[in-house]
Design a protein around this ligand. Structure first.
Ligand SMILES: [Zn+2]
Length: 266
């Protein structure tokens, strides 16, 4: 992916919405502000990154009052005591998986980004399944739940600025990564994309990769649908995002598991 830049400082990408991008996996941490208070979404990814994030928040005069984890993968459930002992919200499904797979989650953190305060990582508070917004007093953050990429995955949509915090979807750096433990991973992912595409998105912040405007959001949704439709039909998808060896390995796994899905008897 030539030409990308990552922004390690907290940058205001929309009124009251700050993003910091880590070099590792181009992971985005997003802050939604409410005066001097803030909601911290998917803080990541190395301990040094979290340290810099904490310093950035202090310099900006922002105190975290809540966190949110988009889904129960190791790089989205990180935390540090320096961010405060505040609730880290997630969907009920995400909390269930994070608790069930805690040993695996911790092993992944230690393997990929060692040195975190493991005791506070993956400690999530379930939101009410009927809740449509993040339970905090700041700007409205709509919860958009679906099972694409991971069971209990939630994007957040900030209607005030038209900003979509997409979790691990809508990336210019990663192909759609399926949850192959589900019965219908491609269907789940397409259903998730459909939900996101119905929103009046003016700006998209993916979990990994570049921030995009409305046109770029539409382009990414179309690219993801094209990839998944090819996967379903058993056609080898040609996707320019297939660059990193780990991503190519995931892609091959998806091809072998999903090829010709639409030809299977119903
Ligand atoms: Zn993920």
């Amino acid at each position: 992916m030539a030409g990308w830049v990552f922004v390690r400082t907290l940058t205001e990408i929309a009124p009251g919405v700050l993003v910091r991008q880590s070099e590792l996996f181009r992971t985005n941490s997003t802050i939604v502000t409410d005066g001097g208070r803030c909601l911290v979404v998917d803080p990541a990814v190395t301990p040094a990154d979290l340290g810099e994030l904490v310093i950035g928040l202090r310099r900006a005069g922002l105190t975290p009052v809540a966190g949110f984890a988009s889904h129960p993968h190791w790089d989205h459930v990180l935390w540090t005591t320096a961010l405060g002992d505040v609730p880290r919200h997630a969907s009920r499904g995400a909390v269930r998986v994070a608790e069930r797979d805690r040993a695996e989650l911790i092993a992944s953190i230690e393997d990929a980004a060692p040195g975190h305060e493991l005791e506070v990582c993956g400690r999530l508070t379930p939101i009410d399944p009927a809740a449509t917004v993040v339970p905090w007093e700041g700007p409205e953050a709509l919860v958009v739940a679906h099972d694409g990429h991971a069971a209990g995955h939630c994007a957040l949509f900030l209607p005030g600025s038209g900003t979509l915090l997409a979790g691990d979807m809508c990336s210019d750096a990663e192909i759609p990564l399926l949850d192959l433990t589900q019965a219908d991973p491609v269907g789940d992912y397409l259903a998730g994309l459909e939900r996101l595409a119905a929103l009046p998105v003016r700006r998209v912040v993916p979990g990994h990769g570049s921030i995009g405007d409305a046109a770029e959001f539409r382009r990414r949704v179309a690219a993801d649908i094209a990839y998944l439709e090819q996967l379903k039909r058993g056609v080898e998808p040609a996707d320019p995002r297939l660059v990193e060896p780990w991503l190519i390995a995931e892609h091959h796994e998806q091809v072998s598991r999903c090829a010709g899905l639409s030809e299977q008897p119903q």
